[in-house]
Ligand binder design. Structure first.
Ligand code: PLP
Length: 399
């Protein structure tokens, strides 16, 4: 077996974490990883999650295997959260769903499912740029991966025209992957009106839409608002495929709780899809882990815990929004001539600063501030305590 290329390089989160660890600066700042941190810069276990966990740990539940499709209560609650309680396909029993190994696992099941059953061109189009793992997941699933335009570096905004043009011109019946909300890495989402146009373009192309929803609730603090795109596409008659993750919105990162679902034509087709998903999953990992799914099910279905959780999701989203405002404000106070409004117009965990790779390198070398080479910062790494020093460092490298 030949040695593979390094999976840890200085432009990945893991790579910069390594460089950060080796730095002895007492006020070093890490803005890499896509995991939420509190205002002290510490990992955050949501109190609602802790309460749910204690509740069932003390109830003496067994550790038997789940079904191939996972913890049934979890899957039911997860789909309700995404599609909405009054969703037509949910009510008519035409959504096939299974628990997955978090969002990555859901995308991987989706890739394998499409490779085996999608009748059209087995090519999936992802945005430029997209989450770094998307390409590898779909290539390993045996799909071809193409790109559509998404980010406009001149405006540090959405290249809406380019995106729609590309969706309209790719071969009919392709697969189009869309980030449902809080696009990673850019933090730039289409507006509601733009989503409607995108839905039309996907329809015109007779494409299959695949939503990756890794941040429901994290973008706006409202889980329904963040599901707008998915629900709009369903209203418009699409039959989406969906990958859900509870890593970010419940802070269940290492528990690997996620769900994969397919909106089918009918309850009959759903039964067929159910059977095929079981056939796909069984030889991959037999059945998924139960702990995180049990926690998420409890948080989603216990009314008091659910209310508490929604408040905590909003709390996380609001802290991020506040840090964006503080960063922009500090940069402006320093007299920066640049327009930094994109920091607050972007949403979710990440901000695309527009910093060049050279400026990113200087930030690390001279200021001990670490972010990925593409200029993406994880806003979750900003705190009331480090935002001033961060703004000064960015100001110094950008002039
Ligand atoms: N999709 C996107 C866009 C992401 O940013 C991530 C994680 O960063 C994932 C999917 C998958 O996350 P996980 O497998 O931890 O649920």
């Amino acid at each position: 077996v030949p040695q593979g290329p390094p999976s840890i390089s200085t432009d990945t989160c893991t790579g910069i974490s390594e460089a950060f660890k080796a730095d002895s600066h007492p006020e070093k700042i890490l803005l890499g990883a896509g995991a939420y941190r509190d205002d002290q810069g510490k990992p955050y276990v949501l109190p609602s999650v802790k309460a749910a966990e204690l509740q069932f740990v003390n109830s003496g539940l067994d550790k038997e295997y789940a079904a191939i499709t996972g913890v049934a209560d979890f899957v039911k609650a997860a789909t309700k959260l995404a599609y909405g309680a009054d969703s037509a396909p949910l009510k008519s029993g035409s959504i096939s769903a299974t628990q997955s190994i978090s969002g990555t696992g859901a995308l991987r099941i989706g890739g394998a499912f499409l490779e085996r059953f999608y009748p059209g061109t087995k090519k999936i189009y992802i945005p430029t740029p997209s989450w770094a793992n998307h390409g590898a997941i779909f290539e390993d699933s045996g799909l071809e991966v193409g790109k559509y335009r998404y980010y406009n570096k001149d405006t540090i905004g959405l290249d809406f025209q380019g995106m729609v043009e590309d969706i309209k011109t790719i071969p009919k019946g392709s697969i189009v992957l869309l980030h449902a909300c809080a696009h990673n890495p850019t933090g730039i989402d289409p507006t509601k009106e733009q989503w409607k146009e995108i839905s039309k373009a996907v329809k015109e192309g007779e494409h299959q839409v695949f939503f990756d929803m890794a941040y429901q609730g994290f973008a706006s603090g409202d889980t329904d608002a963040d599901a707008f795109a998915l629900r709009q596409f369903i209203k418009d008659g699409h039959k989406p495929i969906l990958a859900q993750s509870f890593a970010k919105n419940m802070g269940l990162y290492g528990e690997r709780a996620g769900a994969f679902s397919v909106v089918c034509e009918s309850a009959e087709e759903k039964a067929n899809v159910d059977s095929q998903i079981k056939i796909l999953v069984r030889p991959m990992y037999s059945n998924p882990p139960i702990h995180g799914a049990r926690i998420a099910a409890e948080v989603l279905t216990n009314p008091a815990l659910n209310k508490q959780w929604l408040g905590e999701v909003k709390g996380m989203a609001d802290r991020i929004i506040k840090m964006r405002a503080l960063l922009q404000d500090n940069l402006e106070k320093l007299g920066s001539k640049r327009d930094w409004s994109h920091i607050t117009s972007q949403i979710g965990m990440f901000a695309y600063t527009g910093l060049t790779p050279e400026q990113v390198a200087t930030l690390a070398k001279e200021h001990s501030v670490y972010c990925t080479k593409d200029g993406r910062i994880s806003v979750a790494g900003i705190t009331s305590g480090n935002v001033k020093r961060l703004a000064e460092s960015i100001y110094k490298v950008t002039g």
